[in-house]
Design a protein around this ligand. Structure first.
Ligand SMILES: *Cc1c(COP(=O)(O)O)cnc(C)c1O
Length: 813
């Protein structure tokens, strides 16, 4: 073990060599950068040992391709994983440095929108924790997901310049750069009876990898997240251009190339359809596959075994060009025949579907696609021809069916169809989601390839979402059942034995109150709003989206407020409703939802007539680090999407693991949470997915009926437009009309009364403190099923066929 004295020496030596001055003159940023470098030294030894072991072994490796990785901060997480946190904190204290203060300087790595990107980060964490050889591949965006500010109740977007002070975790690997080609044309040639496809007149882009270590939990594994940055190739941006007097065009060209990895698109569950987005997709996929093939060829002699040594997983359809790109490399560069290349490609690629929302399903206009990627288009075209021929044999004459499954149809490339045809596995992310995929959205593909379909319910890493974010609860759990739960989350079930233990109940309650006090202080400090730490903390944090129904939550709050005004003696436990989440910058309804929350909050928070029984807070800039403060402090978790729409959800799991009670619909993983905790330990309301899908298919829903039948509902709807709220008369007319003139697409009015009832039930349950704490313990105890360790071991076993590779201790250390 490292001693405190040794750590101090390492730190001081590193400080001097990096900054060339006395420690007394250090700025906080100097201190932060120094600690980053010290930790990196510990990681590097393990990283080298891991890479050596992987290069020598003969077993399979996985690459997880994702356009998003929402990592958050790494310093504290890495210290915990390296078992260095206590020693480091003590050593720094003796040097007059507060560890948590310098950790606060680290920017969040926010290279993702929400659930999909955070899932990729949790998966990398679990791969390393389980000693599995699995790496990430994505884009090093110069600007991550925008920073949200609230001005006058509205969302304002600011750029997230997260690399401003450098990034202590990444290592640029200039020698491993590869070239990616866009545009141009393909010329056919014949040599020795073989057709050659020669891509010419293309625009070359240099893809430069930056590697970030992904550290295993208290083992020696360090895997790699490789993120690609777009640069101009030297030969295309040099002085000859400058000398020709074409300097301005050369600068413009450089700017265009670099724009590929400039910014993350801020759309979640929605396709914007910009060419630059398609460029981003091909850019990182091509770079990633080229580097994997290059590395493979160093390890093995023949490519015919590629799929036995390499698994490539695509996170949604964003990286689906991995399929034609691997075909291109095998056929054009490695001179393989189509059939063998196809067998290897389909044997390599597996695919996760993340949504059934039609507006999120990727399709690209053929003309745009073909112009940008002429050779890739030819390959997709050939895949489509062969696939349609098979379909014709199976369903002769059934053109409707064939058109509905074709990769190319109606002038578009249908990315999910390409993924289904070119992969060996298609999985949904919760049981209900996989069933809907099989029975509705991809039913034709399920008929053709039933063996490809499987479910992998999402999960979250307990290292970040419990150990790091809720240290007191983690310590209590370890003191109670021992520390094994950190390696085997199912062990959390042992806590069931303590549900009736009153001393344990008291400690659970005390920890929740402690975490609520921390959030209370944070809110007071940041927003100068006082909230009651003894009130029920009822929290909805997630992307703002119509299907997630933040507005249902707001309508209930307005109704509760109306009831309190009508009857100031109404028996309710004081409530604090907390919201957080970003709206896509071009999503008008989502931005109006934020304005509505803030407007209602302003009215309620200043109204002394209700004696502080109700508070509403919108926390700006919801991200991973804010989530770490929020989940541990929640009493109630709002998971209220329209049934069938939320593929899984993972926020629901973070709340559960921290002891919050879910109020939710039977959607996504809520259904499996209910199965785990039992119906007494969750509050369920609203339409089922079957009922929702039936309404969509058969009609029969009329929002006006509900407006006329339910006086309380009518009152809150009218308050959106009748001057009750201190805004212009048309501010919320769009929301109002969405409900009544567009027939409430997300069944908010339909679920309103059962949601109000569910909240009344929450209020009743909270009166019985002991019962509530017992429910909370049940939730924590049954959250092990939602550890991403479990999810990843299932991917490893059922889809990837990879195995743990224990890494020996590096003797240098
Ligand atoms: C977990 C997480 C999400 C996903 O939340 P859902 O409630 O599942 O939509 C989004 N953003 C951040 C920052 C997260 O940590």
């Amino acid at each position: 073990m490292i001693t405190k004295e040794y750590f101090k020496k390492l730190y001081l030596d590193k400080f001097q060599s990096m900054h060339g001055k006395e420690i007394a003159e250090a700025t906080p940023m100097d201190q932060y950068l120094t600690l980053g470098a010290v930790i990196r030294d510990f990681i590097s030894r393990k990283w080298i040992a891991s890479n050596n072991a992987y290069a020598k072994m003969d077993d399979k490796e996985t690459y997880y391709f994702s356009l998003e990785f929402l990592l958050g901060k790494l310093m504290d997480a890495n210290l915990l994983k390296l078992h260095l946190k206590e020693i480091c904190a003590e050593a720094l204290t003796e040097l007059g440095i507060q560890l948590d203060q310098i950790e606060a300087l680290e920017p969040d790595a926010g290279l993702g929108n929400g659930g999909l990107g955070r899932l990729a980060a949790c998966f990398l964490d679990s791969l390393a924790a389980l000693q599995l050889p699995g790496h990430g591949c994505g884009i090093r965006y110069k600007y991550g997901f925008f920073e949200q500010k609230i001005v006058d109740g509205y969302q304002v977007e600011l750029p997230d310049n997260w690399l401003k002070y450098g990034n202590v975790w990444e290592i640029r690997k200039a020698d491993k750069a590869v070239e990616v080609r866009f545009g141009g044309n393909v010329r056919l040639d014949r040599v020795d009876g073989r057709t050659l496809f020669i891509h010419e007149n293309f625009d070359p882009v240099l893809a430069v990898p930056y590697d970030t270590p992904i550290v295993g939990y208290r083992n020696n594994t360090v895997n790699t997240l490789r993120l690609w940055s777009a640069e101009t190739t030297m030969k295309d941006f040099d002085f000859s251009t400058f000398n020709r007097g074409d300097y301005l065009n050369a600068v413009k060209y450089k700017y265009e190339v670099e724009s590929i990895s400039q910014v993350l698109y801020p759309d979640d569950n929605h396709l914007e359809g910009r060419v630059l987005r398609l460029k981003q997709q091909y850019f990182f996929v091509s770079a990633g596959i080229q580097s994997i093939v290059r590395r493979y060829k160093k390890r093995h002699i023949h490519l015919r075994d590629f799929h036995k040594k390499v698994a490539i997983h695509i996170n949604d359809t964003h990286p689906v060009l991995a399929i034609p790109e691997l075909m291109r490399i095998l056929i054009d560069e490695e001179e393989m025949g189509w059939d063998e290349a196809w067998e290897i490609t389909t044997g390599t690629i597996s695919y996760t579907n993340h949504t059934i929302l039609p507006e999120a399903l990727e399709k690209w206009p053929i003309d745009i696609f073909q112009t940008l990627l002429p050779r890739i288009y030819m390959i997709v075209h050939e895949i489509n021809e062969r696939f349609c021929r098979q379909l014709w044999e199976k369903y002769p004459g059934d053109w409707n069916k064939i058109r509905s499954m074709a990769i190319l149809s109606d002038g578009y490339v249908h990315m999910a169809h390409l993924a289904a045809v070119g992969s060996n596995s298609i999985n949904g992310v919760a049981k209900i989601h996989t069933e809907i995929l099989k029975s509705q959205v991809m039913s034709n593909f399920y008929d053709s390839y039933p063996h490809k379909f499987n479910n992998k319910t999402n999960g979250i890493t307990p290292r970040r979402w419990l150990l790091k974010s809720n240290p007191q609860l983690s310590r209590l759990i370890s003191d109670t059942i021992g520390p094994d739960w950190l390696y085997d989350s199912r062990k959390l079930q042992l806590l069931v034995d303590y549900v009736r233990d009153s001393a344990f109940q008291d400690r659970i309650h005390g920890i929740k109150q402690h975490n609520k006090a921390l959030l209370t202080a944070f809110i007071k400090d940041k927003y100068q709003i006082s909230i009651d730490p003894d009130s029920i903390f009822d929290i909805q944090v997630k992307r703002i989206h119509a299907y997630k129904r933040q507005i249902l939550n707001v309508l209930h709050i307005m109704d509760l407020y109306n009831r309190l005004l009508e009857n100031p003696n109404l028996e309710i436990h004081p409530r604090t409703f907390i919201f957080g989440g970003k709206a896509a910058p071009s999503y008008y309804m989502a931005k109006q939802t934020i304005k509505l929350i803030n407007t209602v909050a302003a009215v309620i928070n200043q109204d002394t007539r209700i004696h502080g029984k109700l508070k509403v807070i919108f926390l700006e800039n919801y991200n991973v680090s804010l989530g770490e403060k929020i989940f541990p402090a929640a009493d109630v978790s709002e998971q209220i999407s329209t049934a069938s729409k939320e593929a899984s959800g993972t926020g629901n799991m973070k709340f559960m693991m921290n002891g919050a009670i879910t109020i939710g619909t039977l959607d996504g993983a809520n259904i499996e949470i209910k199965e785990e905790v039992g119906e007494d330990n969750i509050v369920i309301f609203g339409l089922t997915a079957d009922q929702v899908l039936k309404y969509y298919q058969e009609g029969g829903y009329n929002a006006w009926d509900l407006y006329h039948e339910d006086g309380r509902l009518k009152m809150v709807l009218d308050q959106l437009i009748n001057g009750f709220l201190p805004v212009g008369p048309d501010e919320f007319r769009g929301i109002y009309e969405g409900f009544l003139y567009h027939n409430d697409e997300y069944f908010v009015l339909k679920d309103f009364s059962s949601y109000v009832e569910a909240h009344n039930k929450i209020n009743r349950l909270y009166q019985d403190k002991e019962k509530w704490v017992q429910m909370s313990i049940h939730n924590i105890a049954h959250s092990g099923k939602f550890s991403s360790d479990k999810t990843i071991s299932e991917y490893a076993r059922d889809i990837w066929n990879i195995h743990p590779v224990p890494i020996p201790n590096n003797p240098l250390f």
